[in-house]
Write a protein that binds this ligand. Structure first.
Ligand SMILES: NC(=O)c1ccc[n+]([C@@H]2O[C@H](COP(=O)([O-])OP(=O)(O)OC[C@H]3O[C@@H](n4cnc5c(N)ncnc54)[C@H](OP(=O)(O)O)[C@@H]3O)[C@@H](O)[C@H]2O)c1
Length: 305
């Protein structure tokens, strides 16, 4: 249900189920989706500057019947604002688009940086910028005392980066948002984050549009056994691992279903643990070999800390 929370390392708590908004506007339905979702009980909304839809989300948020303090709004600094002198302005821009005075959680969307003039998700390898992660992170740490952001975290960070980063942090990331679904379970990384006090949010928890988790025979079999849906099985499996989930849907019935879990047996949890395929929806190395280090730690050249 929507009233589950994940405790963060700074005494804040994050609703365990959130609404994804990437491409939530593909059919012009985003504003209505936000209002419907909040009406159904969603309190956590996952946004990002690069999704290009925060203005629409911000307007919809002014029209919901829930006080700001009861919402949990997350957004992400895009790679083109990693230079430390650009970070505070990037947050102000996000707040302005969302019509908010503060964010509950601000994430560094990716560990790699792009040159400031890049404004889309498609870029050339020559657009990659050489900004050390800790320079960006220290600028993010400075934002917490301004009151414009309650927690700060990262996204798409692997264990090798976090291991180098954590000893240098004044504020350890509260959250690492990474791709998690039954075909990409990230067992080692989740374990490392938990022992380091970093909460995990799973993005593409249904496999997104690329990874076919919803058609997996075993997931479908478990769904039938619980008189539920494959999506409920995938989400319940992640939540039972203590991972927050941010499924995206623009469909009211699916929004409603995604809020309700099934209780998986330990055998079902164990068996789902075995259908791992290390199949990702998202991997920047598909287009940019230079970015293999982001998800393939053995390729880690680490010019970035
Ligand atoms: N940090 C990052 O780098 C990063 C990367 C990717 C995504 N994200 C975040 O994670 C969110 C979720 O990821 P995602 O949107 O890529 O994928 P997802 O939530 O795993 O899957 C969304 C897809 O599943 C469908 N769907 C939703 N509920 C369903 C259900 N109950 N049964 C069957 N199909 C269902 C949706 O279609 P309908 O809308 O038609 O229901 C949509 O096509 C994003 O929206 C974004 O906020 C973050």
């Amino acid at each position: 249900m929507a009233d589950k929370y994940i405790e963060l390392n700074n005494s804040e708590r994050m609703p365990a189920i959130g609404l994804g908004t990437w491409r939530g506007d593909e059919s012009g339905l985003l504003a209505q989706t936000i209002k419907t979702a909040v009406g159904l009980g969603y309190r956590h909304i996952d946004c990002a500057k690069i999704y290009g839809n925060q203005v629409e989300i911000g307007k919809a948020l002014t029209e919901v019947d829930v006080p700001r303090k009861d919402l949990y709004i997350v957004s992400k600094i895009y790679e083109n604002r990693h230079r430390p002198e650009l970070v505070a302005g990037a947050l102000d821009d996000i707040l302005n688009e969302l019509q908010l005075e503060y964010l509950d959680l601000l994430l560094m969307h990716w560990p790699h940086a792009l040159k400031p003039e890049v404004t889309t998700m498609s870029f050339d390898s020559s657009d990659i910028d050489n900004v050390p992660i800790m320079d960006t992170w220290r600028a993010m740490e400075d934002l917490v005392s301004t009151g414009k952001v309650r927690s700060i975290g990262v996204s798409n960070f692997n264990q090798a980066i976090l291991e180098k980063m954590i000893p240098q942090c004044r504020i350890v990331p509260a959250v690492n948002q990474i791709e998690i679904h039954p075909y990409n379970q990230a067992k080692e990384l989740v374990k490392f984050c938990k022992t380091s006090g970093i909460a995990v949010t799973g993005y593409c928890p249904l496999g997104g549009t690329r990874v076919n988790v919803m058609n997996d025979d075993f997931i479908k079999h478990v769904a039938e056994a619980h008189v539920g849906t494959p999506a409920q099985v995938a989400l319940s499996w992640a939540l039972a691992r203590g991972i927050a989930v941010i499924p995206k849907s623009t469909n009211e019935l699916r929004l409603k279903q995604n809020l309700h879990q099934v209780t998986l047996t330990s055998d079902e949890m164990r068996m789902i643990g075995k259908i791992e395929k290390q199949e990702r929806k998202v991997d920047p190395a598909r287009e940019h070999k230079e970015l293999e280090w982001v998800f393939h730690e053995d390729k880690m050249v680490c010019p970035v800390i």
